[in-house]
Design a protein around this ligand. Structure first.
Ligand code: PEP
Ligand code: MN
Length: 350
């Protein structure tokens, strides 16, 4: 159910409606919009009695939301969600494209700093590196863990770049969230429901990568898990799915971009690195990702990919990243966007 407040409803009226919903034993999710606030109701096993709600002061109407995902749906919030990063001009989901770049794994301080410096010089606002890596083989490099988090905290201080990094389990979630500006939940964990619920308690945006065989509805339901716990800052990321095609590591399903945007207000990014697994395919698919209307690109960059401890073959060189930025800058206006270059951090909150 969804309670739509009148445009002129006061904060007190909104609070009173939330209190009423909670008093009935449900959970209230106030979602302010440009025109009016909508309050999503979750936790109801059966129909909520709309009669009393409609009588409350400031309420315009009470609507039934029939979709399985509710808080992630455009039925509940019409306008696009824009995720902002306090003390900076960076945003994900707004007019400007968000570019998230960095190595698959943080391997050591020098490697991470060298790559961060180069992606920052090309104008990326977000640096992504893995501290905890989900690897198919238990014998493969698993990430530097806490040491990598420390290195990324230094990178944040030095370059102002906002940090994106993955949390693989609930044990390390809080540790990761201390350093990360965005906590990534990987493809293999897209249906790790207990991890998603824990991420719903963070006061940090959560980036969810599409599962290897996830349908659109399953993808949106993963977002719903996080949102249902009260964290509405969710970013989706298309990273390719398994198909019979074997010319690429995964099949990058760009057709999900407009489909998500029709159904959901959440931002969606494209990851052409995992989506193709091939360096030569990354730039063309990054261009296609922006052309398809994605809110940004998540890309793996390495200065010595031949020596990378993970995902070297799909990592682009820093000069290719610079080219990518120039190309995306030109494509952006065609789809009504722009490409902000560099991040501006206010001294007090840096
Ligand atoms: C990654 O981002 O490095 C990663 C392992 O991605 P995914 O979860 O999409 O496979
Ligand atoms: Mn990777």
């Amino acid at each position: 159910m969804l309670v739509v407040m009148k445009a002129q409803a006061t904060p007190e009226e909104i609070q009173a409606v939330c209190d009423h919903i909670e008093m009935l034993g449900f959970r209230a999710h106030p979602l302010p919009g440009a025109q009016r606030t909508a309050i999503g109701i979750t936790g109801n096993k059966s129909e909520v009695d709309r009669g009393n709600l409609e009588e409350l002061s400031g309420v315009a109407e009470v609507i039934r939301v029939s979709k399985a995902y509710k808080l992630a749906s455009r039925d509940v919030k019409e306008e696009d969600t824009v995720i902002r990063f306090p003390g900076t001009d960076a945003a994900i989901g707004g007019h400007g494209l968000a570019i998230i770049a960095g190595p698959c794994s943080i391997e050591n301080r020098d490697q991470a700093f060298a790559i961060a410096e180069q992606v920052a010089a090309s104008g990326a606002q977000f640096f992504r590196g893995g501290a905890y890596k989900p690897r198919t083989s238990p014998y493969a490099f698993q990430g530097l863990g806490v040491e990598a988090l420390r290195i990324m905290a230094e990178i944040r201080d030095r370059f102002g770049l906002r940090i994106v990094t993955e949390a693989m389990d609930k044990e390390t979630l809080d540790l990761v969230a201390e350093v990360a500006d965005v906590v990534q939940i990987g493809a293999r964990n897209m249906q790790n429901f207990s991890l998603l619920k824990h991420a719903g308690h963070l006061h940090k945006p959560v980036l969810i990568k599409r599962g290897l065989s996830a349908t659109l509805e399953e993808f949106l339901m993963a977002a719903e898990y996080v949102m249902s716990e009260g964290n509405y800052e969710v970013i989706l990321c298309e990273r390719g799915v398994r198909t019979f095609a074997d010319h690429t590591r995964n099949t990058l399903d760009l057709s999900i971009i407009p489909a998500v945007q029709r159904l959901s207000h959440l931002p969606i990014l494209v990851d052409p690195s995992h989506g193709t697994g091939k360096r030569d395919s990354v730039l063309p698919m990054a261009r296609a990702g922006v052309a398809s209307g994605a809110d940004g690109i998540l890309v793996e960059v390495h200065d010595h990919p031949e020596k990378a401890l993970s995902d070297g073959p799909q990592s682009i060189y820093p000069d290719q990243f610079a080219t990518m930025m120039n190309e995306l800058e030109q494509i952006a206006p065609v789809v009504g966007r722009n490409l902000p270059r560099g991040i501006h951090v206010q001294a007090a909150t840096a």
